[in-house]
Design a protein around this ligand. Structure first.
Ligand code: THU
Length: 130
């Protein structure tokens, strides 16, 4: 699957966004190491802090189905139907990603491909507690 195809899967996933409070739709498309695709959208709540981001929805779907090895995630976010502006992953999602992914995890945005280490060069992880 090309980066463009993965990004379009994220745009499609944003159609399911439940974002009545912010009006900002986000979709994520997560590719496992064995090339299975999990998608997710942001799911908001009247109690705002309970909102789940699109990336974490995709990760939790995949992990709960037994997949823990990943190669790439595409993220698309917009307040309209124009997804051309890059939607950077939030810190909480980067921390969740870092639990399962190495520095070279590919993060595909509208403006190209990044690595997890571009956004999170240092991480709190299991090693940090030893
Ligand atoms: N959002 C995501 O889904 N992913 C991110 O990485 C950043 C923010 C969502 C949360 C909320 O529903 C909306 O975007 C506005 O913050």
């Amino acid at each position: 699957m090309s980066n463009e195809e993965l990004f379009q899967a994220a745009v499609k996933a944003a159609e399911r966004s439940y974002s009545k409070y912010s009006g900002f739709s986000v979709g994520a498309a997560l590719l496992t190491a064995d090339r299975k695709l999990f998608t997710g959208c942001n799911i908001e709540n009247a109690s705002f802090s309970l909102t789940n981001c699109a990336e974490r929805t995709a990760f939790f779907k995949a992990v709960s189905e037994g997949y823990t090895d990943f190669s790439a995630i595409a993220i698309a976010g917009s307040g309209t139907d124009d997804f051309s502006k890059p939607c950077f992953p939030c810190g909480a999602c980067l921390q969740v990603m870092s639990e399962f992914c190495g520095n070279d995890m590919r993060i595909v945005l509208s403006d190209g491909e990044y690595k997890l280490s571009d956004f999170l060069p240092k991480r709190f992880c299991e090693e940090s507690m030893k």
